[in-house]
Structure formats: structure tokens, C-alpha cells
Ligand binder design. Structure first.
Ligand SMILES: [Zn+2]
Length: 126
């Protein structure tokens, strides 16, 4: 019963791994971090921004060599950057999932080896 469950787990993990490997290719234009909109006041006393929420402003925030970087993004480029960021995020998630699957498969194979050895010993002792 237990052995069957392990084999099913291995098959499911291997199937997911094949799927991930087929899907995952390094997106050449991927970008890091997150895109966010904020608002600012330009300082002009007659501007509408003194009365409303302010001028919308987009930025991309990411870490580089341990430092937080913030790049301004022109409004016209926001959708382009959003897609690049999503590509990067999907790739990172895929790689992270692949590595977890590999660790789980290693663990299951080790367990299977141990169980087989134990069973072999018991047979030899009988
Ligand atoms: Zn203003």
C-alpha cells in the first residue's frame, strides 16, 4: 500500500518535471522586480495635483547586488515592462518548482533504495 503511494508520487513528480522542462526556456527579455504606480506632486502651486491625488508615476523596483534599485518607467512602456516582469516571474517560479521536484524525487528514490535493501536483507535472513 505504502509502496504503491510512493510509485504514484514518483510518476506524478516526473510527469510534472517533464511538463516544466518542456515549458521552461529562459525568456531573453525577462525583467526582475515589481512594477508599481505611485503619485507625486510637481510643486507648481497652480497645478491640479495640489487638489487631487497627484500625477501618476510608474516605477520598476528590483534588487541588484544587494541594493534596491528604482527605475522610472514612462507610461507608454508600462505594458511592455509588465509583460517582461511577468515572464521573469513565471520563469523563476518554474525553476523553483523544478528544483523542489528534483529534491523530492531524490528523497523518494533514496527511500525506495532503503526499503528495497531492507526487504532484500529480510529475504536473505528467512
Ligand atoms: Zn502637478
Amino acid at each position: 500500500m505504502k509502496k504503491h503511494t510512493t510509485n504514484t508520487d514518483v510518476r506524478q513528480l516526473q510527469a510534472r518535471k517533464r511538463k516544466l522542462l518542456a515549458l521552461l526556456s529562459l525568456p531573453p527579455e525577462a525583467m526582475p522586480g515589481s512594477l508599481a504606480q505611485s503619485h507625486y506632486r510637481c510643486g507648481s502651486p497652480n497645478c491640479h495635483c495640489t487638489r487631487d491625488e497627484g500625477h501618476p508615476h510608474w516605477s520598476l523596483t528590483f534588487m541588484s547586488e544587494g541594493k534596491k534599485r528604482v527605475h522610472n518607467i514612462p507610461k507608454a512602456r508600462v505594458e511592455f515592462i509588465r509583460e517582461r516582469v511577468n515572464e521573469g516571474k513565471a520563469f523563476k517560479q518554474g525553476v523553483a518548482e523544478l528544483m523542489v521536484i528534483n529534491a523530492q524525487l531524490f528523497h523518494l528514490f533514496e527511500k525506495r533504495d532503503r526499503d528495497n535493501k531492507r526487504r532484500g536483507k529480510r529475504k536473505a535472513g528467512d
